[in-house]
Structures are given as C-alpha cells and as structure tokens.
Write a protein that binds this ligand. Structure first.
Ligand code: ZN
Length: 160
C-alpha cells in the first residue's frame, strides 16, 4: 500500500469483482445454522447458511444469498471465505474486529488481509452498515444454538 490512492483503487476493484463474480453465493449442504439480515438504511437483505463440523465447534462452510448494494454483497463474499475452518470463538472475535476496523481502530493480520480492503468503506459513514450487515448476521446465526432458533430476521438498525 504505497498511498491512499492505491488503497482506494484496490478497494473499488475488490468490491466490484466480488459483487459481479461472488465465490460463495448459495446455500451450504447441510445447513446447520441459518439467519437472515436486513439493513433498512440501504435496503440490503442477506441470508446466511452455515455448515459446522461434526462436533459443532468449527465452521466448515458459509454461503450467502440476498440482494443489495455492491458493498453489502462483496462484504458477505469476503467474510464467507475468511470464515472457512474457523472455530466459533475465532469467528466471533473476527466479527468484533471487523466492527472495530470500521471505526478505524483495528485491522486484520496478514492472513486475512483481503478483509482489510473493506477499511475503504469507513471513509463513507453511511455505507458502514452495508459492510457490517453480513457480520451482524453471522454473529446472530452462530449465537443461536440450533437452526430452528435462528430463523428470525436480524436488523442492524441502531447498531454500528
Ligand atoms: Zn448497502
């Protein structure tokens, strides 16, 4: 990252590429956790499905469906990729870190540097909720103990 200009270019490039050609769209099979999220300020909706390992303490796969702006969809695709193989505890820590990063106070270590591209969104406060929607939704999905408990909508109105 030699300059802010380069970071901005990279941010736009990654978001547009992920929006046009998402790699993690669809539903997991089986579905161990499922949750929907809605961002009223932009109109983004998302449905996440999660596949866990046999013990239920590690994420095997995350997929998303939904409609929304490029930032919301790109954030979901990047998050799904980063979550593969994470323990539930690691995943929840990453949710926390992403929210802190959106406040300009933190970033991810090198192995997750693709997520750091989303820092570009923090320059546009009205779009932060677009970027964090998928992370709020994942948190709600993981904190529900069974699939049947996790079918309600989560709305990020009123949260960072
Ligand atoms: Zn949006």
């Amino acid at each position: 990252m030699s300059s802010l200009g380069n970071l901005r270019d990279l941010y736009q490039q990654v978001i547009l590429e992920r929006y046009k050609k998402p790699r993690h769209r669809g539903k997991t099979d089986p579905i161990d956790r499922r949750h929907r999220g809605h961002n009223p300020s932009c109109g983004d909706t998302i449905e996440l499905t999660v596949q866990l390992n046999a013990v239920g303490d590690r994420i095997e796969d995350v997929k998303f469906e939904g409609e929304g702006c490029a930032i919301a969809m790109a954030s979901a695709d990047l998050m799904a990729e980063a979550m593969r193989g994470r323990t539930l505890e690691e995943a929840l820590q990453m949710v926390q870190r992403f929210q802190t990063m959106m406040q300009g106070k933190d970033e991810f270590p090198t192995e997750f540097r693709k997520l750091n591209v989303m820092q570009g969104v923090s320059q546009f406060p009205v779009r932060i909720k677009c970027a964090t929607l998928t992370w709020h939704t994942l948190k709600a999905a993981l904190e529900a103990s069974t699939e049947s408990q996790a079918k309600e909508f989560v709305s990020n109105e009123g949260v960072g």
